[in-house]
Design a protein around this ligand. Structure first.
Ligand code: GCU
Length: 376
């Protein structure tokens, strides 16, 4: 449980993030930031597998297709097999794509029994739901449908590709080295890097599936999966836009703002997520956001989700915006908070939603307006 935080805590300050300006061209600075973020926070992002194939199968009684992704090592000795679901908009060839990981994946989105449970997946234990030992279970069916409102997304013309994060890397410090991507790539790295790698592999799969517009790819994620979406976007130029919801510590929320979760708290509770180097770093999360420029970045927060530091998140986005070519008008953080409103520049977007830590259709309406190029 998150410790209780009062509203005044949202504005702890004074607080300034270092300028991202420098003598080197932006690409060079970004290269340096990525390397330092990987060396000091996330751990290495594994390389792409030698081989990756997809099998696409319609799902009986469902508008979704089941995508089976098989990856093999160069010598063929190791394989990783993972599944995902794809929803396509009706009568649209070459649909723009939104891809991401979900906490229960397709099983959490589809309410019927049609999608098989990946028994190799290891998700975060939720004993209150009867999810012992982190296994996918029938009780999870449909529990994340509100987080991935696929009907709304396909009606707006987007294809949606979602996989279960636990199929790629166990969300369990005792299992992470034993299952999924870690033994497959043979690299001891943080789970956020492994989930970012998973998002990249979803895009490899999407390239092979066909009928998708790979020139218009957005990746989305909530909370720990928002952290992974941001890290994937910073490292993969196929990602045209990233939608990071309530991503918090090691996501869009700067460690330098003394509100909400700290890196030390996060690594104590989830030691497998990152590879924090003790002497840490001069970088903060605005460097992560700025590593994606000039591609598009949208961060969303919720008013009561102070654990994920909404005010700091906004300030990090505003600080990062200096590396984008267009100059932006950003309301002050107090004005943003008072009106809880959406601010969209052409490449950057933000909203603060009433309520708490969740990904809701409210957030998606705004993400889609942003992707459509809508301004408010
Ligand atoms: C915990 C954790 C956060 C994380 C969140 C989530 O609250 O402290 O860093 O974002 O879980 O993924 O739901």
């Amino acid at each position: 449980m998150s410790p209780a935080l009062s509203l005044e805590d949202a504005f702890a300050g004074p607080f300034l993030l270092e300028s991202l300006d420098g003598p080197d061209p932006l690409e060079k600075r970004q290269e340096r930031w990525r390397k330092e973020l990987s060396d000091t926070i996330y751990g290495q992002l594994p390389p792409a597998p030698a081989e990756l194939d997809v099998e696409v199968n319609p799902l009986a009684g469902s508008p979704a297709e089941r995508i089976e992704i098989t990856m093999r090592s160069a010598d063929g000795a190791k394989a990783l097999i993972v599944d995902a679901a794809l929803w396509r908009p009706e009568s649209l060839d070459d649909a723009p794509l939104i891809a991401g990981l979900g906490f229960a994946g397709p099983v959490g989105i589809l309410t019927g029994p049609e999608f098989p449970l990946d028994m190799r997946a290891r998700i975060h234990c939720r004993p209150e739901l009867g999810v012992e030992k982190g296994r996918l279970h029938d009780v999870l069916r449909g529990t994340e449908a509100h987080r991935w409102p696929v009907e709304m997304l396909t009606a707006r013309g987007y294809a949606v590709l979602v996989s279960c994060y636990g199929s790629w890397a166990p969300d369990d410090p005792n299992e992470i080295m034993r299952h999924g991507a870690c033994p497959f790539v043979g690299l001891d790295t943080g789970a956020i890097s492994l989930w970012a790698w998973a998002i990249q592999r979803l895009l490899d799969a999407a390239e092979l599936i066909g009928g998708l517009d790979m020139g218009q790819v957005a990746v989305a994620g909530h909370s720990r999966l928002g952290k992974a979406a941001l890290w994937a976007a910073a490292n993969d130029t196929r990602i045209g836009a990233v939608l990071a919801n309530n991503s918090g510590c090691a996501g869009a929320a700067p460690a330098g703002h003394a509100v909400g979760e700290t890196l030390a708290q996060m690594t104590a509770a989830f030691p497998h997520w990152i590879k924090l180097r003790g002497d840490a770093t001069s970088l903060d999360q605005h460097h992560l956001l700025a590593s994606t420029a000039p591609r598009r970045v949208y961060v969303a927060s919720a008013e009561k989700d102070l654990w994920a530091d909404p005010a700091g998140t906004y300030i990090a986005l505003v600080a990062a915006s200096e590396v984008w070519p267009e100059s932006c008008f950003w309301p002050s953080v107090e004005a943003m908070w008072a009106r809880a409103r959406q601010t969209c520049q052409s490449a950057l977007g933000h909203h603060l939603r009433p309520g708490g830590h969740e990904l809701l259709p409210y957030d998606w309406q705004r993400f889609l307006d942003f992707l459509d190029g809508g301004h408010t």
